[in-house]
Design a binder for this molecule. Structure first.
Ligand code: AMP
Length: 112
């Protein structure tokens, strides 16, 4: 989608610190990290949020989680949190489905 920030990052129009890339999934470091490890895993296809996942597009969501498992293993990260904010009230600021991966400090629960 031409006016989507994350689609522009995938296209290389906006620079990012790439953690992983394949044909369908892209991962890059969050520009405003909330933990010593904080990267985002996103489908290359423009899916607006978790609320737009359907039987037709959900395979890439499973693949995002395979990537999360692979990258955390490669980085020696044993304990981590995965978060996906859906909608404004939940704190979603970029309307392109993304999974935050956070690690490297104690993470409180429940979140604020
Ligand atoms: P959310 O608020 O859940 O929609 O998450 C969006 C995330 O994107 C935030 O954690 C931002 O810090 C991050 N973000 C925004 N712009 C960029 C960028 N250019 N590069 C990397 N991360 C970004």
């Amino acid at each position: 989608m031409s006016d989507c920030l994350f689609c522009k990052i995938i296209a290389g129009e906006i620079p990012s610190s790439i953690v992983y890339e394949d044909d369908t999934v892209f991962a890059f470091r969050d520009i405003d990290p909330q933990a010593p490890v904080h990267f985002l895993v996103i489908p290359k296809a423009h899916i607006p949020s978790c609320g737009a996942v359907t039987p037709e597009n959900s395979a890439v969501v499973a693949h995002c989680f395979e990537v999360i498992s692979q990258v955390t293993k490669e980085q020696g990260i044993e304990s981590f949190r995965v978060v996906s904010n859906c909608g404004e009230q939940a704190g979603q600021s970029v309307p392109h489905l993304h999974f935050h991966v956070l690690a490297g400090r104690d993470l409180s629960w429940p979140p604020g």
